[in-house]
Design a protein around this ligand. Structure first.
Ligand code: SF4
Ligand code: SF4
Length: 58
């Protein structure tokens, strides 16, 4: 499960850029989770986020 904390998120798109299976999308200044079932739980999005705004839970 992917949790985005919209209070913290700065909509930089960094997480979208590192997500190979394109689970995340930046849309109109909003990051959304599109294909959660394709998530590989690699945590690249979590690691790259400069604002600690995205968490990948098992
Ligand atoms: S854990 Fe990996 S596959 Fe899943 S959303 Fe983050 S970057 Fe994409
Ligand atoms: S990397 Fe973090 S701050 Fe940037 S869009 Fe993704 S969740 Fe938001």
């Amino acid at each position: 499960m992917i949790e985005i904390n919209y209070q913290k998120c700065g909509y930089c798109g960094a997480c979208v850029g590192v997500c190979e299976p394109m689970v995340l999308q930046l849309m109109e200044n909003m990051v959304i989770v599109t294909n959660e079932n394709k998530c590989k739980k690699c945590k690249a999005c979590e690691v790259v986020c400069p604002l600690d705004a995205i968490k990948v839970k098992q």
